[in-house]
Design a protein around this ligand. Structure first.
Ligand code: PDD
Length: 314
């Protein structure tokens, strides 16, 4: 297949008069989100044949963007879809979205599908992938969530065996998360056989015998962008961390359980199946890592410097 045909020409010009609260990008064009329409034959719609990314932005600066870009490229390769944009064009696309969007804290959602073609399971030939992006306001986790932690339930992990791909095929995650919501909880912790894999839309970390435990980097869970961050933060806090399979027994005796994701950042889980975790309050490991997480955001996405006019006025 001709790879150049698959490449989108990225035109970085930005139309005037777009509502900054509702900006999207579809197949080479910036447009209002409500005008972004894809074909009913899109393979994302018919087969969930696509991948996505969720990139948090603080103070108009993307957080850990190069890691998100690397994972995006990895997910595309895993589903054998040549990247329709070059790395520098992805970066420019995200930069443009951020610049023109209304909110300082936002999420950039990116989705790429194998494009629109006559319905057939096998890959279509010479079809241009669909590239979609949107920017939305990021309402960061509330102070109440940070202070009280979240409620979780445990649910059997009924997903496929390539959970390492950030695929838009999320029905297993959707059904698990809905079970949590139906039971007045925030997250479902997924258990496959004797292994605690991850949350329906987050990674799960346990504190057992003063050690932070994460699921290994394998096919049973998504390696969240917060994985390498938490590894770094744990070192900086002098915490021991190991990635190994955790059993439901580990979960039951964990003194703290934490959850991480782009949207929830890092929060404590303080009850599981209506039973308190540890003391039922966010614990010391959470507090240490949470402060380090905030510092990492401030480092990478610093507050704007006072302008000269602003500082002389003060
Ligand atoms: N989900 N595992 C699953 C199944 C997830 O859906 C997510 C995030 C994570 C954490 O990955 P990261 O640290 O890169 O956000 C782990 C995103 C936020 C979502 O689907 O909206």
């Amino acid at each position: 297949m001709n790879a150049s045909f698959l490449h989108h020409a990225f035109d970085s010009s930005f139309p005037e008069n777009l509502d900054p609260k509702s900006i999207a990008y579809l197949n080479g064009e910036f447009l209002a989100l409500e005008n972004a329409k894809v074909s009913a034959l899109d393979r994302g719609f018919l087969f969930a044949d696509g991948i996505y990314e969720v990139v948090p932005v603080y103070r108009r600066k993307p957080f850990l963007w190069s890691n998100h870009l690397r994972r995006l490229v990895r997910s595309l390769a895993a589903i054998q879809l040549p990247s329709p944009l070059r790395d520098e064009d992805w970066t420019e696309l995200v930069r443009q979205m951020i610049e023109h969007q209304a909110f300082d804290d936002q999420f950039i959602y990116l989705q790429i599908t194998r494009g629109s073609a006559k319905r057939d399971h096998a890959f279509p030939k010479k079809v241009r992938p669909t590239v979609f992006a949107m920017a939305t306001e990021f309402k960061r986790p509330s102070q109440v969530d940070r202070e009280n932690g979240l409620k979780a339930i445990t649910v059997g992990d009924e997903r496929w065996l390539r959970c390492d791909i950030k695929s838009v095929a999320l029905l297993g995650n959707v059904l698990a998360r809905q079970q949590a919501v139906d039971q007045d909880a925030h997250e479902a912790i997924l258990i496959r056989g004797d292994v605690v894999t991850e949350g329906a839309s987050s990674n799960i970390w346990l504190v057992v015998d003063d050690e932070l435990l994460g699921h290994p980097k394998d096919n049973l869970a998504l390696e969240g962008i917060r994985y390498s961050l938490i590894e770094e933060l744990a070192i900086s806090c002098g915490l021991r961390l190991s990635l190994r399979k955790r059993s439901p027994a580990d979960l039951a005796r964990a003194s703290e359980v934490l959850l991480s994701s782009a949207t929830k950042e890092l929060l404590a889980i303080t009850s599981i199946n209506q039973k308190p975790v540890g003391q039922g309050r966010p614990g010391p490991v959470f507090h240490q890592l949470r402060e380090a997480y905030d510092r990492a955001i401030d480092m990478e996405c610093p507050k704007a410097e006072l302008s000269e006019a602003g500082s002389s006025a003060g």
